[in-house]
Design a protein around this ligand. Sequence first.
Ligand code: ZXY
Ligand code: CA
Length: 491
Amino acid sequence: MHFKHVLVLCLINLVLGQKDPHFAADRNTIVHLFEWKWSDIADECERFLAPKGFGGVQISPPNENLVVTSSNRPWWERYQPVSYILNTRSGDETALADMISRCNAVGVRIYVDTVINHMTGIGGTGTAGSQADHDGKNYPAVPYGPDDFHEFCTINNYQDASNVRNCELEGLIDLNQSLDHVRSKIIEFMNHLVDLGVAGFRVDAAKHMWPADLEAIYGSLKYLNTNHGFLDGQKPFIFQEVVDFGGEAVSKHEYTGFGTVVEFQHAVSLGNAFQGGTQLANLANWGPEWNLVDGPDALAFICNHDNQRTGSTQILTYKNPKPYKMAIAFMLAHPYGTTTRVISSFAFDDYDQGPPQDGDGNLISPIINDDGTCGNGYVCEHRWRQIFNMVGFRNAVQGTGIENWWSDGNQQIAFGRGNKGFVAFTIGYDLNQHLQTGLPAGSYCDVISGNAENGTCTGKTIIVGENGYADLSLGANEDDGVIAIHVNAKL
Ligand code: ZXY
Ligand code: CA
């Protein structure tokens, strides 16, 4: 290779840095299999995620957490680390390693939810049997001792970055990541996961850590393990939880120099738009003009494990399926957001409620019904046709831009992606339009109302004429407010 090409490749690596999700070819979108067992994730990679073109899985924290017996083992106990021993209700290190290998073998990447801002909020015993001496500031299974934490103070002023980063979030004892010992324990933990074959990390509570400390930690991570199909010299993908709607001392822009950020404004703005809060026509300039970080710096999503249960009217969840599916379809159809993520929830009635479990606190596996949906308390949005087929749409249109944008100036929009795909949306009234799709002439299966199976379509068939135009009809009262066609579902 000519040295100029090597130079360009190095520059791309520098710029993309830890912003490349390392998806296999023709894959996209991370699904958060929230609180799933490792063995169930391995099965799901093989039987569903790989065939449907998903790029990867965000897994729940794999390291030992506090056993919280109050409120019957709430979901948030996994955000109270006791040690970096890889043993939780999802499984032990053997099961984790096996799952990572099986998923990588079918081209599905694994991203680890990493809780490194803090340890526990109270004392007790962890899922691997280790002790958490909260009041004495001792976590012997790491080990961390009193000197490894910030002086006690409570986070109570989001206008003060030092308070946000050096004090305790909800009483969770706050690690001092500027110390060599703390850094080295975190780096050792993350590098262990890289050795096991993971592709990257979600960094929990990144807003509550200093950017310089995080940059140093990420910079010390190993290259991805080439035995798991990664190219040489690839650094782990990083997506950082920095909740920022403006108006606080800490900004998401402080974190985009060395990794991506989870774009909460993306979730809220589309949550509003698909509930009629702003006209869909206004989405013509969807992107950074909406106070979003640049697309390559963003992990785009509609709802996550935390904000799905806060009851915020701005956040769409499985409990509000029509606009939820529309917002996800828009996210997956739109080129904004180099990386997209959907959550796969378990059903819940109250905020604290933990995952499906038996009387002994063991996690219960999802069952897969004959129609492909889940049971045993799992919602499995990723198995909803309208969602997994839009992952397929995003794969089909990769590398294209928006073309043939159309709107009625109000609550109806449509747009194409190059000559590969076309979508239309309506809220509140019937859509009946003759529109330029940009697609080659032919019959296409609308992958929202059905599946393309052996050359036939179980939903609506859309005919694109020689001139690229198609007649589109979408009733206001249909189950879904979207039509989507693409070249990989041409009949
Ligand atoms: N918890 C209950 C009680 C215990 C856990 C609660 O009422 N918390 C106060 C409101 C949410 O604040 C938390 C935030 O991040 C966390 C929290 C947390 C991260 C953790 C562990 C936690 O409590 O307990 O690893 C948080 C921080 C922000 C922000 C929004 C939320 O803008 O800067 C919770 C747990 C929430 O509500 C939680 C847990 C894990 C997460 C997360 C939220 O990854 O995003
Ligand atoms: Ca902190």
